[in-house]
Design a protein around this ligand. Structure first.
Ligand SMILES: [Zn+2]
Length: 307
């Protein structure tokens, strides 16, 4: 891949427990970040972030996505996204709509009405490279039709269940027939070779038209970072996950130069609920992560801003 590569990130984390509150200190070069995630008497999460981390002038971006159409996305996450005005893309598994703990069609239409993007995550959430091609084609194409038939006005984005098939040329070609872009996973950063043009600065859009010119299918295998598989793999608690989140989103600073964007974290969440669990992020942690972006100079853009 020319524009989306696999590279690691670095950072140093130090933990200390003071009076029941866990303080996370992360050192990136000469910049120190102090963030506290804890509980007040009223149960409200406190996060304190510095206001001046963008003093070097490098732009920092983040993209927020939600997979699998889980109920907590509208029950919990939406109010926080609304409060910050952050865009987000919600990927729907068509045959799972209205199942227990999943969004229903009214929820999905409401998300779109309120300005969020809807994406197809296939009909049945099967790994596309593991099934016959005619069935894969049905999963890719019919899921867009299903969303449109159920009141979604616009479906331009596809996301690969379990990342399957995003390196298969026949599947990429089929996805490209129906969608404007597609997201897979799993790396902390999506590396992009593009910059912000003067005109795009006015609306925070990125000029990435070169994606289509130089790498025909590059925009159909854009790399996201699965927040939840990372926690599952490492058995992080919320404090450790917040530290890892900060590590990931700040790691782009080594690749961006002023308005020139080299790398963007594309965060993938699944369910949001009162406590963290298997592919579920606690509402307190989600709020802390969104507040961190707000307090530390990040601009949140949508996936579709990449094309
Ligand atoms: Zn999924």
């Amino acid at each position: 891949m020319v524009f989306f590569n696999n590279l690691g990130i670095s950072g140093v984390a130090i933990f200390a427990i003071l009076s029941g509150m866990i303080i996370v200190s992360i050192v990136f070069g000469e910049i120190n970040y102090m963030v506290a995630l804890g509980q007040t008497g009223g149960g409200e999460t406190i996060v304190n972030g510095p206001q001046d981390v963008s003093e070097n002038g490098d732009k920092k971006l983040a993209i927020i996505t939600f997979d699998d159409g889980k109920k907590g996305q509208i029950k919990y996450a939406k109010q926080t996204l609304d409060s910050y005005g952050y865009p987000a893309t919600f990927s729907i598994i068509c045959n799972n709509v209205s199942l227990s703990d999943h969004l229903n069609w009214h929820d999905i239409q409401q998300l779109e009405k309120d300005g969020y993007d809807l994406a197809s995550h296939t009909m049945n959430h099967v790994e596309l490279e593991d099934i016959p091609m005619d069935i894969a084609i049905h999963e890719i194409s019919e899921s867009k039709k299903c969303l449109l038939d159920n009141g979604v006005r616009d479906v331009r984005v596809f996301t690969y269940p379990k990342n399957g098939g995003s390196d298969n040329p026949a599947i990429l070609k089929e996805v490209a027939k129906h969608y404007d872009m597609a997201r897979t996973a799993n790396d902390p950063l999506a590396f992009v070779k593009c910059g912000l043009t003067n005109s795009s600065l006015q609306d925070e859009k990125i000029d990435c038209t070169s994606l289509g010119d130089s790498e025909e299918y590059g925009k159909y295998s854009i790399i996201g970072w699965s927040h939840d598989s990372e926690r599952e793999d490492n058995e992080y608690n919320d404090e450790q996950m917040l530290q890892r989140f900060i590590d990931v989103v700040e790691s782009q600073s080594g690749y961006n130069d002023g308005e020139e964007i080299g790398a963007i974290p594309i965060i993938i969440y699944h369910d949001i609920d009162t406590t963290s669990g298997f592919y579920t992020t606690s509402f307190d942690l989600f709020k802390a992560e969104m507040k961190y972006l707000q307090d530390n100079g990040f601009t949140v853009i949508s996936l579709l801003d990449l094309i």
